[in-house]
Design a protein around this ligand. Structure first.
Ligand SMILES: Nc1ncnc2c1ncn2[C@@H]1O[C@H](COP(=O)(O)OP(=O)(O)OP(=O)(O)O)[C@@H](O)[C@H]1O
Length: 404
């Protein structure tokens, strides 16, 4: 008899990974369930809300029900080093990190994958809503990261930093299903996770609230909130894409103006209130400013963590909030499809997004010596440095990068 391929499936104690494990078993794989503990207890007890104990018990019960071996591993040290510390340092520097994307690249498809390989696994599987494809390029197999079939659940954005090696070892057994179908299978198989509520992203923001989390390490620091008028000269050239220019013909100054973060000075605006620490805030944020009586809603358009100043704009249409371009420095550009990598001096049209579940927008990608300029056809709300931009050809994620 042919040797069965061995798969370690990440069992989170949720319904998606439970059904992923069930389907793999049905398909004839030799399946091992593995739960990872990501959080140190002291980090968790702050809000008493990260129920990893309950989750790991659920994961174990699912494994028992499916009659597959089960292991729990403690990755909390690695998680702290690679995700938690990065979160703090990014916020401290006024950037907006995405822990879910990092967790996939650094933990699930790196450390967790290596732990699986120690168990002689051929693959690692997760309950992500995305799919894997394959094409041939220059005679070689190239793996594709494709959207999940359920448009409301597509999680491919969270995997936009995976590389070919990681993808070659990944399986996404529920990616072709709708969420409702996944729940139905879980019910039919009498899995105890069938009715469990969805987690929001990873164990992070959903379970440990972000402001509470940040306050563990970033101390409050009173500072000023300024409001920048809409007609400020800084927007005269930065707030739109000049019509009729061929992407090959953009001069560097114009690109920088449209795509680099705008620099504000406090004397450009009026003081409108105070905050308790610029490092708690992110571009696009509306809640938590606690400035009343402004008529139109107030949005963060920039933070200066060095000077501890928050710059805001009034109204959803403020040009500081809605920008056409962004920039990814050379070292932060990642191509899943290496074979489609843009060469310096070239440009291409792709669809792109800067956050999970955001509808895709057409954009022109312009590769220059220092990095990648992304010019959207429509202005994008709240582009923040540290966020990931991902670009797509239809359902396929082609590449991604960290916004400068
Ligand atoms: N603590 C964990 N241990 C093992 N695998 C995990 C863990 N957390 C997440 N995963 C894996 O990553 C996938 C995506 O995680 P995410 O937190 O986005 O969960 P989800 O989409 O709500 O899925 P689920 O319903 O399985 O929890 C999960 O389906 C699971 O395979």
């Amino acid at each position: 008899m042919e040797n069965k391929k061995r798969v370690v499936v990440g069992l989170s104690g949720g319904v998606d990974s439970s059904v992923a494990a069930y389907l793999l078993k049905e398909q004839g794989y030799e399946v091992i369930g593995m739960f990872m503990k990501n959080w140190h207890d002291e980090t968790v007890t702050i809000s008493n809300e990260c129920p990893w104990m309950e989750d790991s018990t659920d994961a174990m019960l699912v494994a028992e029900k499916l009659d597959i071996p089960f292991q729990a591993i403690d990755l909390s040290e690695e998680y702290r080093e690679r995700i938690v510390d990065y979160m703090f340092s990014e916020y401290e520097n006024g950037r907006t990190p995405n822990p879910d994307i990092l967790c996939n690249r650094e933990i699930k498809f790196d450390i967790f994958l290596k732990a699986a390989q120690k168990l002689k696994a051929d693959f690692v599987a997760t309950g992500h809503y995305c799919q894997k494809g394959e094409v041939k390029a220059n005679g070689k197999t190239v793996y594709q990261l494709l959207a999940g079939a359920d448009p409301n659940k597509d999680q491919s954005y969270f995997l936009c930093q995976l590389d070919q090696d990681q993808l070659s070892k990944a399986l996404f057994p529920i990616g072709h299903l709708q969420k409702s179908e996944v729940r139905k299978i879980a019910k039919e198989q009498d899995l105890i996770t069938a009715d469990k509520k969805d987690s929001q992203g990873l164990c992070f923001i959903g379970k440990v609230r972000l402001p509470e989390f940040l306050q563990q390490q970033l101390k409050p620091k009173k500072g000023d909130i300024y409001v920048i008028p809409e007609n400020h000269p800084v927007y005269s050239r930065s707030a739109q894409i000049p019509a009729g220019i061929d992407p090959d013909d953009y001069d560097q100054e114009t690109l920088d103006m449209i795509c680099l973060p705008l620099k504000y000075e406090f004397n450009q605006g009026n003081k409108i209130g105070e905050h308790n620490g610029a490092h708690y805030f992110t571009v696009g944020q509306r809640k938590g400013l606690q400035v009343g009586g402004t008529g139109k809603p107030l949005f963060v358009i920039a933070t200066d963590t060095r000077e501890n100043i928050i710059y805001t704009g009034l109204g959803e249409e403020h040009p500081g909030l809605n920008r056409y371009g962004l920039f990814v420095p050379k070292k932060d550009i990642h191509w899943i499809r290496q074979d489609l990598k843009l060469q310096e001096g070239h440009n291409a049209r792709y669809q792109a997004r800067i956050r999970y579940r955001q509808p895709l927008t057409w954009a022109t990608l312009i590769m220059r010596e220092n990095g990648l300029y992304v010019l959207f056809d429509e202005p994008q709300r709240g582009i923040a440095s540290g966020q990931f931009v991902a670009w797509y050809d239809g359902k396929e994620t082609i590449g991604s990068g960290v916004i400068s």
